[in-house]
Ligand binder design. Structure first.
Ligand code: G3P
Length: 217
């Protein structure tokens, strides 16, 4: 399973990247806003650091303008995945980008039907949003499972990039149902290391060690 980091926070990406935890990065307009940085500048900085795909999202809503924006974003670095929304115009732009050999991440996917269209349009990645479906009492993980099954049925090459991940359980459930990639905020990835029994066990070991009076170095 590949780990993408869902942030435009360069320091947070660096920390995880130095540990070998980063296979790619995803950004979106909200994350660019949160970073307070210029999109071209921060995306270039991320691409210099991370060798895997870095998703940069277009904001135009008509295919023609999406293509203009996407081609500008693609010029930043060879590892840019142009991110387009799952609209008819987004699919049109996806097809145009894919035909020219660009990686495309089709985002804001909330149904298996949408995911089929993205695969047909040549998307490199489909981004189904788990958390936002859960927010409205639908089953985000079921969507990941459904897309996995459908893509496998027809040998679609589009990778399932599970997005809108809010918890460690989302990550492990994605691994269980076979998502190719998860993209998660740095805090979620770091909290995968936490377990109350690890803390409790370590506490006991340290107490017992102190009683031995020994030192290793
Ligand atoms: O990759 C998409 C992701 O950033 C959306 O997450 O938590 O805003 O639904 P969220």
């Amino acid at each position: 399973m590949k780990f993408f980091v869902d942030t435009a926070d360069v320091a947070a990406i660096k920390e995880l990247n130095d540990l070998g935890m980063v296979d790619g990065v995803t950004t979106n307009p909200s994350l660019i806003l949160k970073s307070g940085r210029d999109i071209l500048e921060v995306t270039r900085e991320i691409c210099d650091m991370v060798s895997g795909p870095v998703s940069a999202e277009v904001v135009a809503t008509e295919a023609k303008d999406m293509i203009t924006e996407g081609l500008k974003l693609a010029k930043i670095a060879s590892n840019i995945a142009i991110k387009v929304p799952l609209t008819w115009d987004g699919l049109t732009a996806c097809k145009a980008f894919a035909s020219e050999g660009h990686m495309v991440n089709v985002t804001l996917c909330f149904s298996a039907a949408q995911a089929i269209l993205a695969a047909k349009a040549g998307a490199s990645f489909i981004s189904p949003f788990i958390g936002r479906l859960d927010d409205i009492n639908l089953d985000g993980m079921q969507l990941i499972e459904d897309i996995r099954t459908i893509y496998d049925n027809y040998d679609f090459k589009t990778e399932v990039l599970a997005a809108s991940i809010r918890s460690v359980n989302h990550v492990t459930d994605c691994a269980r149902v076979g998502a190719d990639v998860i993209t998660a905020p740095p805090a979620v990835i770091k909290s995968m290391a936490n377990h109350v029994l690890t803390d409790k066990g370590l506490d006991q070991f340290l107490k017992d060690w102190a009683k031995t009076g020994q030192k290793i170095v």
